[in-house]
Design a protein around this ligand. Structure first.
Ligand SMILES: NC(=O)c1ccc[n+]([C@@H]2O[C@H](COP(=O)([O-])OP(=O)(O)OC[C@H]3O[C@@H](n4cnc5c(N)ncnc54)[C@H](OP(=O)(O)O)[C@@H]3O)[C@@H](O)[C@H]2O)c1
Length: 203
């Protein structure tokens, strides 16, 4: 599959690198073209402008800072129309509060015929660098919210990095994933073991 990656930071490197290793073709775009080129060379991907990368990708990973997403999508123009947009962005500010209450839905309104899937936002970038992300013998489960066809597409990319996709409803539920992230990050920042909140069901 051809995957466009918007952003040249940690998440772009971690997930883009995983997908190259899984055999996908990846193109990277960032506001600093040289930085995008450096990342592309590092992970054996191509480099392009926002528009070229949107044209190239059947799926586009949105891995830029949350406030910049709509601006970046505007720069990519019509090339994003009809594409699957995997949104890992977290609009979280100081005090672990959401700065945008419904980021994925906001993205969906910014693109014609958008197929936004909220994905990959719940774990720290270091988890996405793991090959594979397995904890205590259990592969990481990755909830996905979006329309069923788009979720099915992103599910394949989740499996490709050794994780288990969890279809978790439509895009209307993405706001719950976003709020969950903010809540859990708040617990981690306060020094609590957030993972201990979710033990396996008894029996
Ligand atoms: N880090 C994590 O653990 C983690 C986990 C899950 C989700 N996320 C989310 O994933 C996204 C990327 O995170 P990251 O850790 O990869 O961050 P990062 O390393 O700081 O990279 C952020 C990327 O966004 C770009 N960017 C920032 N402001 C921009 C603007 N105004 N216009 C265009 N591009 C802009 C940066 O470009 P420059 O390099 O030029 O600044 C860089 O390419 C964020 O939305 C974050 O909330 C992060």
């Amino acid at each position: 599959m051809r995957i466009g990656v918007f952003g040249a930071g940690g998440m772009a490197e971690a997930l883009g690198g995983q997908w190259v290793r899984a055999g996908h073709e990846v193109m990277v775009a960032a506001r600093d073209h040289a930085k995008a080129g450096t990342l592309a060379a590092k992970i054996s991907a191509r480099v392009g402008t926002w528009r070229e990368t949107a044209d190239f990708g059947e799926v586009i990973l949105l891995a830029v800072s949350a406030p910049s997403v709509t601006e970046v999508l505007a720069a990519a123009g019509k090339a994003t129309a009809g594409k699957v947009l995997a949104d890992c962005t977290n609009a979280v500010g100081p005090g672990a509060v959401l700065t945008v209450p419904d980021q994925a839905a906001r993205i969906a309104t910014a693109v014609d015929d958008a197929h936004v899937v909220k994905a990959f936002n719940l774990c720290h970038v270091d988890v996405w660098r793991m090959t594979p992300p397995v904890f205590g013998g259990r592969p990481l489960a990755v909830p996905l919210c979006g329309d069923p066809a788009a979720v099915a597409t992103v599910s394949g990319l989740v499996r490709d990095i050794g994780c288990v996709p969890l279809p978790a409803g439509g895009l209307d539920r993405a706001r719950l994933m976003e709020a969950t992230m903010a809540f859990m990050v708040g617990l981690w920042f306060d020094g609590h073991d957030a993972q201990a909140c979710f033990p396996p069901l008894a029996g």
